[in-house]
Design a binder for this molecule. Structure first.
Ligand SMILES: Nc1ncnc2c1ncn2[C@@H]1O[C@H](COP(=O)(O)OP(=O)(O)OP(=O)(O)O)[C@@H](O)[C@H]1O
Length: 355
């Protein structure tokens, strides 16, 4: 029965250096979960533990209910999509896709293998390229071949190791869309490793934020963005200013004034309010809100990002607020203004702060 991936209490490291400090992660059948973390946070190590390429010092890995912690990688039925695709240069597209069907647990009779290759090539839209060699493909096509190769033996989970990071920005979104659509069409269970918050928020059912070998929060993208559990997660998944805050009777008070609190379980003090650029509002100098002065104004196409300094503060990262404003009335550097939050405000514990 398909029950997906379950990682419990996994610790792992290199020699005496611990890297993962007790990871619990569940991925339901057909679900796509991103593991989002900075460089060195342990993403690749976690992926290698799930693939069977790195032995954890503690904890278990279950796939569809089977304990595979001690099972060899080739017997786990795990599909791997490596960073740059890593195709076999001497094999055609069809040869690459069919590679895992010739041996091991994915092995099938020749006719069935040919049928499966054709099915996968159609899934990733590369039927016409079946006889080409990898060097004659674009970067995006190579990623799609790598995905088809990983999916062909019908793996229990597909692990994608930053597969889009080497693509240039314009192509990345398109290829990502195609690859994720193919994963969804195959109803595959997937884990995507990434350090790109936009990517994680855009494509995943849930995002697991990894920091220094610990999962800080695992939640659907919208929840992670709107209700981060810590200041670090808040800053990691989006632009945010953190202002010291007090909560009393459902009201948050910060330097910007009072606003309703939307945090479900308000943590113990000390607290900071998480204020995203689109949650702040700029007004004229005599309107409501805290008095401030406009610093810089950056045009970003559909909006402007305005940096403002609250009166009486010295400029540092805690007092410079970023406000997303419309392009109809663009303020100028030096203008006096007022700033307040647009609606209800989210609070998190004041420590530890973002790094
Ligand atoms: N083979 C190894 N031997 C010793 N230390 C290693 C080895 N591989 C990784 N490390 C260390 O383990 C830590 C986590 O590395 P890992 O590659 O899992 O992080 P990551 O989040 O995938 O980083 P990146 O995004 O840079 O790939 C790092 O401090 C790294 O230096």
């Amino acid at each position: 029965m398909r029950t997906g991936l379950s990682v419990r209490g996994v610790r792992a490291g290199y020699g005496r250096d611990p890297v993962l400090h007790g990871i619990d992660l569940d991925v339901a059948p057909g679900e796509l979960v991103s593991v989002l973390g900075a460089s060195g946070s342990g993403k690749t190590t976690l992926l290698r533990v799930v693939a069977g390429l790195h032995r954890p010092s503690a904890g278990t890995v279950h796939l569809d209910g089977d304990d595979v912690t001690a099972v060899a990688p080739e017997r786990r039925r795990v599909g791997l999509v490596p960073q740059e695709g890593a195709l076999f240069a001497h094999l055609t597209v069809a040869g690459n896709v069919g590679f895992g069907l010739r041996r091991g647990p994915g092995r099938r009779p020749a006719a069935a293998a040919r049928g499966r290759v054709a099915e996968l090539l159609a899934l990733v839209g590369l039927t016409a390229e079946a006889d080409r060699l990898p060097h004659a493909l674009s970067g995006g096509e190579r990623r799609r071949v790598a995905l088809a190769r990983a999916l062909a033996p019908d793996p229990r989970v597909v692990l994608l190791d930053e597969p889009f990071s080497a693509l240039d920005a314009g192509l990345r979104e398109q290829v990502r869309g195609e690859v994720v659509a193919a994963l969804r069409a195959a109803d595959a269970t997937g884990v995507l490793i990434t350090h790109d918050r936009r990517e994680a928020l855009a494509v995943s059912d849930r995002v697991a934020v990894l920091h220094d070998g610990r999962l800080e929060q695992t939640a659907p993208p919208r929840e992670l963005y709107a209700a981060p559990a810590s200041a670090r997660v808040a800053g990691f998944v989006g632009d945010a200013v953190l202002l010291p805050a007090r909560v009393e009777a459902g009201t948050v008070t910060t330097a910007l004034g009072a606003a309703p609190c939307r945090t479900a379980d308000v943590p113990a003090a000390p607290l900071v309010a998480v204020l995203r650029p689109e949650e702040l509002e700029l007004g004229g100098a005599d309107g409501p809100g805290a008095p401030a002065r406009v610093g810089s104004v950056d045009f970003v196409g559909d909006a402007v990002l305005v940096t403002v300094l609250l009166d009486g503060r010295v400029p540092d990262r805690g007092t410079l607020l970023r406000v997303r404003a419309g392009t109809d009335r663009v303020p100028h550097p030096g203008d006096r203004c007022r700033v307040r939050s647009r609606g209800a405000v989210h609070v998190v514990p004041a420590v530890p702060g973002p790094r």
